[in-house]
Design a protein around this ligand. Structure first.
Ligand code: ZN
Length: 238
């Protein structure tokens, strides 16, 4: 029993030691992305803030321990600017950022891309039937990736909760504006294929379509099935 306790304490200390650098990381200068999101790396990464006003990161384990909240400096500015815009366009929504890239890019657990700091997963904003934001499922951490939605965007085990496609589209418009301001362009959005019709039916979804922002047209089944609880955005440096 004593041995087990000691082991537990040692594991806890190791976790804390591994996390410490991410508490004190400082962003400065400019980042350099190498290669592609599929095989690449990142120099001088920027760490997104854990929390900033109307948005926050979704998992302390992913942020502090797994090193997964790093992006290219231009993506950092784009994300911050996009949420500043959303303060005006969707003032009642609190957004969540999911996994980004590792401090030096490269391979990431459970992701095929995200290797060069130019990819981000954004948590799907959810709403109740009355239109109000549903935040109940925002605090699941990494388990959030396992949530399942039907082809109308309704949560599989909770008929009162559905995807807020209009708010998602407003965020993508804000990201597109901010990307251009910061020398980037949205290269690709990945959203589960059978949700795209609901997305493009919304007012802001139509505006996204008019801008010609590219959404993946077909996906391997395993990739498609992952992209209902979040949308993935790849940027490219202009
Ligand atoms: Zn992704």
């Amino acid at each position: 029993m004593r041995k087990r306790k000691l082991l537990g304490i040692l594991v806890l200390i190791s976790i804390l030691l591994l996390s410490i650098p991410n508490f004190f990381y400082k962003n400065s200068g400019s980042s350099i992305a190498h290669g592609s999101p599929g095989t690449g790396s990142l120099d001088n990464a920027y760490q997104l803030p854990y929390s900033f006003g109307n948005a926050s990161y979704f998992s302390p384990i992913s942020y502090y321990l797994l090193d997964d909240a790093f992006v290219h400096s231009r993506v950092y500015k784009t994300v911050v600017d996009s949420y500043a815009t959303c303060k005006a366009t969707c003032p009642d929504t609190h957004f969540k950022i999911m996994e980004c890239s590792r401090k030096r890019g490269g391979n990431m657990l459970l992701h095929r891309t995200h290797e060069n700091g130019l990819s981000i997963d954004f948590m799907m904003p959810l709403k109740k039937k009355n239109g109000k934001q549903r935040k109940r499922y925002d605090y699941m951490g990494l388990w959030h990736y396992l949530l399942k939605f039907d082809s109308d965007g309704q949560l599989s085990f909770d008929a009162k909760t559905e995807i807020d496609f209009e708010t998602m589209a407003k965020h993508i418009l804000a990201l597109d504006d901010a990307a251009r301001e910061n020398g980037l362009r949205i290269k690709k959005v990945i959203l589960k294929i059978n949700l795209k019709d609901d997305f493009f039916q919304t007012k802001s979804g139509q505006a996204v379509k008019r801008r010609g922002i590219y959404f993946a047209k077909s996906l391997p089944k395993v990739v498609d099935n992952m992209h209902d609880d979040h949308y993935h955005v790849d940027f490219v440096v202009q």
